[in-house]
Design a binder for this molecule. Structure first.
Ligand SMILES: [Zn+2]
Length: 78
């Protein structure tokens, strides 16, 4: 194999940039290639991805609270 093969340390270092899609195409392709073959880094990437999803979801849970407050304000106006 002549392919360059980035190390796990490099993947970990750039993982968040990769998940935020802040890497250029070549760099993110190299990380994807590594993730396809390295189970450790793949699980780490999945963990980070799920964590980000959960944070995004919990952000949306603020909406009902805001809605409730708006409804309360409307009721108090009567
Ligand atoms: Zn790895």
């Amino acid at each position: 194999m002549n392919e360059s093969w980035i190390s796990c340390e490099e993947v970990v270092e750039h993982l968040l940039d990769y998940l935020h899609r802040e890497l250029d195409g070549d760099a993110s392709a190299e990380i994807e290639r590594h993730l396809e073959r390295c189970h450790d880094c793949f699980s780490r990437a999945e963990f980070e991805r799920k964590l980000r999803e959960r944070v995004a979801k919990s952000g949306r849970q603020e909406a009902p609270e805001r809605l409730r407050r708006r409804v309360k304000e409307m009721i108090e106006r009567f």
